[in-house]
Write a protein that binds this ligand. Structure first.
Ligand code: ADP
Length: 230
C-alpha cells in the first residue's frame, strides 16, 4: 500500500512548492499511471516513494513502512521491497541478460538454486528466454527495457515503480512495454508508472493521477480506447 497524507514538498533553495497538500492512496495490486507536464512534480513524488527525500509536511507510507520515521538501518530492507524501472534502463553492460537479472538476486543472498529457477522464469515472462546469453549492446531498446522489467520483478517486490519506462524506446513498442507491466501487475505487484505519453494512457485507461504545478488535479479511472477498438 502507498499512502501520502497532506504532503508538501518545498525545495528550499528555490522556494517553490514542488508538491502541495497531496493526498494519494494506492492499494496493493493496483496499476496506476501518473501523468503531468514537465515540472508538475512527478519526479518529486517518486523521490518521496523511494525515500530519497522527505516531505516538508505530511506523511508517506510505502509497503507498510512509515517513511517519515524510517530509521537509517531499515532503509536497505525497505528499498528491497521496491522494484525500479528506469527510462535509461540502467543495465550493466558487461553482464549478459541472465547475469543482469541474477545480479539483483545475488546481492540479496538468494541461493544458487533459487537463481537458476527464478531468472529463466522472469525472462520467460518478458519473452526474452532466447536472449539470456546476449549482452545489452546486442539488444534493441524495447528488449533492454524488457530486461529492466524482468530485473525489477525478479525479487518479487510488492511495488514496482516505472519512471518513464517508454521514454527511450520506439513508440510502436511502448504499448508492448505497458502490456508487460500489466502482466507483472497481474502476477501480484502493484505498479506505478510515470509517463508524459498521453496516447499510451488514453489507450490503456485505468487509474490516472494527473499532477499540475504540484497539485493532484485528477485522480480517477478512465476507460481505455484500446478496449473500444477490440
Ligand atoms: P516533473 O518530474 O513532473 O518534471 P519535478 O518533480 O522534477 O517535476 O519538479 C517539480 C518542481 O520542483 C519544478 O518546479 C522543479 O523546478 C522543482 N525542483 C525539482 N527538483 C528540484 C531540486 N532538486 N531543487 C530545486 N527545485 C527542484
Amino acid at each position: 500500500m502507498v499512502e501520502l497524507k497532506n504532503v508538501d514538498v518545498q525545495y528550499k533553495d528555490r522556494g517553490v512548492d514542488a508538491l502541495n497538500d497531496v493526498n494519494i492512496r494506492i492499494n496493493d495490486g493496483e496499476f496506476v499511471f501518473i501523468v503531468g507536464d514537465s515540472g508538475a512534480g512527478k519526479s518529486t513524488l517518486l523521490r518521496l516513494l523511494t525515500h530519497e527525500i522527505l516531505p516538508t509536511r505530511g506523511r508517506v507510507f510505502v509497503n507498510g513502512y512509515n517513511l517519515t520515521k524510517l530509521k537509517k538501518g531499515k532503509v536497505p530492507k525497505f528499498r528491497r521491497s521496491l522494484g525500479m524501472i528506469f527510462q535509461d534502463f540502467r543495465l550493466i553492460p558487461n553482464m549478459t541478460v541472465f547475469e543482469n537479472v541474477a545480479f539483483v538476486l545475488r546481492v540479496t543472498d538468494k541461493s544458487k538454486k533459487f537463481i537458476r529457477q527464478r531468472v529463466p522464469y522472469v525472462l520467460n515472462l518478458v519473452r526474452l528466454a532466447d536472449k539470456a546469453k546476449a549482452y545489452p549492446s546486442q539488444l534493441s531498446g524495447g528488449e533492454r527495457q524488457r530486461v529492466g522489467i524482468a530485473r525489477a520483478f525478479a525479487t518479487d517486490p510488492g511495488l514496482i515503480i516505472a519512471d518513464e519506462p517508454t521514454g527511450n524506446i520506439d513508440p510502436r513498442l511502448s504499448y508492448e512495454i505497458v502490456e508487460l507491466l500489466m502482466d507483472i501487475n497481474k502476477c501480484g505487484a502493484t505498479v506505478i508508472m510515470v509517463t508524459h505519453e498521453h496516447d499510451l494512457v488514453q489507450y490503456f485507461g485505468g487509474r490516472i493521477i494527473n499532477l499540475k504545478n504540484g497539485n493532484v488535479v485528477f485522480d480517477d479511472f478512465i476507460g481505455g480506447k484500446g478496449d473500444e477498438m477490440e
